[in-house]
Design a protein. Structure first.
Length: 236
């Protein structure tokens, strides 16, 4: 699981804890995020290399990549970079789940990395990327804000790269009330994919539904694992 802007492995704790089935879940702590003591990485290529190095030891055949928001962009680029690498022959993931994620060229990222502190905090609060209790605690702001700035620089790198169609079964999950993923998001992603994209809409959800909409996400992930597409009651 690839975390959202500023997020880390524990950001998925509730979803992982409440998933049904026998998933073997690995979550990531990007450098400079959460408990990581390494400095944040501000270049897409360096972040992808970091993931590839770690995945060489843990990735199994028939894996599913799940990325929320920025995590979807990073997961796509990790998959793209696996192609042609002997270390991942026979072990590339079969499925990619893009959760509340814009296609890389269309992510609104330019200029946010260098915003004044208060402007950046207001922007992040606007779509639920940072809790109010963090904003009220000066020590937490100083701890977390460098990771957000680095993440926006990574997304700016992703914006500049042309689409390359990756051959992987892909599910796009969107919140029906999420202004971060407007109409046309699915069509934007299709440029990056060799096979038709499947889309699910959680009609009542905003951008950060990965923190709360556990039951519908569980249904969708179970459907991904099954490799089929029955009607999912309560999802659309």
């Amino acid at each position: 699981m690839f975390p959202f802007l500023g997020g880390f492995g524990a950001s998925f704790n509730r979803l992982v804890r409440e998933l049904s089935g026998d998933w073997d879940v690995w979550t990531a702590n990007p450098p400079g995020h959460g408990p990581s003591v390494r400095p944040p990485v501000s270049r897409l290529g360096a972040l992808v290399d970091c993931y590839l190095e770690s995945l060489q030891d843990v990735l199994r055949p028939d894996a599913v990549f799940f990325g929320h928001s920025m995590g979807g962009v990073v997961a796509y680029h990790v998959l793209r970079s696996m192609e042609g690498r002997p270390a991942f022959d026979g072990r590339r993931p079969t499925d990619l789940v893009l959760s509340a994620s814009r296609a890389p060229r269309h992510v609104p990222a330019a200029g946010f990395a260098t915003l004044p502190e208060q402007d950046l905090l207001r922007h992040l609060q606007g779509f639920g990327a940072i809790p109010d209790e963090v904003v009220r605690d000066r020590s937490l702001v100083e701890l977390f804000l460098p990771a957000f700035r680095a993440d926006y620089q990574v997304l700016e790198d992703a914006q500049r790269l042309p689409p390359v169609a990756v051959d992987v079964r892909t599910r796009l999950v969107l919140g029906g009330r999420d202004p971060q993923t407007p109409d046309g998001t699915a069509e934007e992603w299709q440029e990056y994919l060799a096979s038709p994209l499947r889309t699910e809409v959680l009609e009542e959800e905003g951008h950060m539904f990965v923190l709360t909409a556990v039951e519908p996400l569980d249904l969708i992930l179970a459907d991904v694992r099954a490799g089929s597409r029955p009607a999912l009651e309560g999802v659309r």
